[in-house]
Design a protein around this ligand. Structure first.
Ligand code: AMP
Length: 449
């Protein structure tokens, strides 16, 4: 990982120089980390001293360790068996992942973590809480459920972390978070981490932070680094067809596709499956076991495509996501940054494609403004952009119909065989000859495409 350009003595460039106990450094070493990431080197030295913090960095840049390592360091010598740190996360997957990560980082310490999240029975979590976990990683709702049962004691709590703090402090979570905060000791260290930190969230956060140090590793620039972005204008009714077309590219090995709603996610996963694409789906309405199964299937490569809504995607940390596809363009530029952060994690290269319906162009422009870049538009050569809308009943069943004949027959060789640059569309058409963009339906034509 690159080191922070602003090297100051307080920003160590190696874990050996970090103010961390050798038992903790051993956990770091075993994970194969050699250098701290910028957010880690800029926050850990202050965090281990107990200072409040607001840390902003692009997703996938090592924020989790940036708060777990100081937690381990600060609690190392505390008497065991009492809850000393609470990490609140917006999703079950994030809670599970952070807790698993904690197990690894802290495996040479005697500190224990417990993950507490909804969608599963309370029994096992109650046992973990009663069993003396010192660090609890929880989603707010489930946290409150356990608190109301009386066996959770926070009087010794020393550290509170809000992971994905922008989300934790939005209207959906804020009431629960406030209720939890009201039951925590006032004297404590509080740390907020997020990929984006809108000003209103910072204002809100200052109510319960004490002279926080603010660290910002440029999130917009980070979103642009390592990810090549491409916008693919397409009539809305042809989005699924275009996605199937894109997926003929065999370099798209592990593809995360975002939709606006749970319903659209389910429908798209069904359509892809019917088209022979090995796809699964994850969103907030699926049971915990379904979510775990879908994520595991995607992580192990069994499923090539994971269709997700934003809330479910927050917790997804999958090594080697090759592509992120915005099946629906998000209305918020920050959501785009979160999404594309799922690829290029830990400095890998990754492509982000956005299928842009006409009505989504304004959203796309706002994203470009936020990123400060112009995202290249491209049409996929050979793709029939003029096809009529499919019959609604058939669309639901995943059929594609139209003037272009049956898609399976029309499709060319895998795009891996074609001369395709990273993040660039194929520039050699299959049927139409060199670099001729596909014909564009008149009603989709816009000057800025
Ligand atoms: P996070 O932003 O916490 O979700 O981390 C993203 C990915 O980066 C995870 O897979 C971590 O295991 C990995 N990671 C965190 N810290 C480092 C580091 N210092 N060096 C290399 N990889 C890291």
């Amino acid at each position: 990982m690159p080191t922070d350009p602003e090297k100051r003595p307080s920003q160590p460039t190696s874990f050996e120089d970090m103010p961390l106990h050798p038992t903790i450094r051993a956990g770091v070493r075993e994970l194969g980390y050699t250098e701290p990431t910028p957010i880690q080197s800029r926050t850990i030295p202050d965090a281990v001293l107990g200072r409040d913090l607001i840390g902003t960095a692009q997703t996938g840049t090592g924020k989790t360790a940036a708060f777990l390592l100081p937690i381990l360091e600060r609690l190392l010598d505390h008497p065991p068996g009492r809850i000393l740190a609470l990490v609140l996360t917006p999703t079950r997957e994030l809670a599970l992942q952070a807790n698993e990560f904690l197990d690894k980082l802290g495996r040479h310490t005697r500190l224990h973590g417990a993950a507490v999240y909804g969608g599963v029975g309370m029994g096992e979590q109650e046992r973990a809480l009663r069993g003396g976990a010192e660090i609890v990683v929880a989603t707010p709702g489930r946290r409150l459920d356990h608190m109301s049962r009386g066996y959770v004691n926070f009087t010794n709590l020393e550290i509170l972390v809000l992971d994905e703090a922008d989300r934790m402090l939005d209207m959906g979570f804020l009431p629960d978070v406030r209720r939890i905060l009201s039951r925590l000791p006032r004297r404590r260290q509080t740390m907020l981490f997020s990929a984006t930190m809108p000003p209103e969230v910072v204002r809100l956060a200052r109510d319960f932070l004490n002279e926080p140090k603010t660290v910002q590793v440029d999130s917009t620039a980070a979103a642009a680094v390592g990810v090549s972005h491409l916008a693919l204008p397409v009539p809305t009714h042809l989005k699924t067809d275009l996605l199937v077309e894109l997926l003929t590219d065999q370099t798209m090995t592990s593809v995360l596709v975002f939709t606006r709603t749970k319903h659209r996610a389910d429908r798209l996963a069904r359509q892809l499956t019917l088209k022979g694409v090995n796809a699964t789906v994850i969103h907030g309405d699926r049971s915990q076991s379904q979510r775990v199964k879908a994520l595991d299937g995607f992580k192990t490569g069994h499923h090539r495509v994971l269709v997700a809504t934003d809330i479910a995607a927050r917790g997804i940390d999958v090594e080697g996501v090759s592509h992120v596809v915005n099946y629906d363009v998000p209305g918020e530029p920050d959501v785009y940054i979160h999404r594309v952060g799922r690829t290029a994690r830990a400095q890998r290269l990754g492509d982000a494609f956005s299928l842009v319906g006409r009505e989504e162009e304004d959203d796309m422009h706002r994203i470009e403004q936020r990123l400060g870049v112009e995202i290249r538009r491209a049409l996929i050569p050979g793709f029939d952009y003029k096809r009529a809308a499919p019959d609604r009943s058939e669309a639901g069943a995943g059929q594609f119909r139209g003037g272009g004949g049956r898609r399976g027959e029309r499709r060319g060789p895998p795009r891996g065989d074609r001369d395709r640059g990273r993040g660039r569309p194929p520039n050699r058409g299959r049927s139409g000859g060199a670099s001729r963009p596909a014909a564009e339906p008149r009603r989709e034509r816009r000057a800025n495409w």
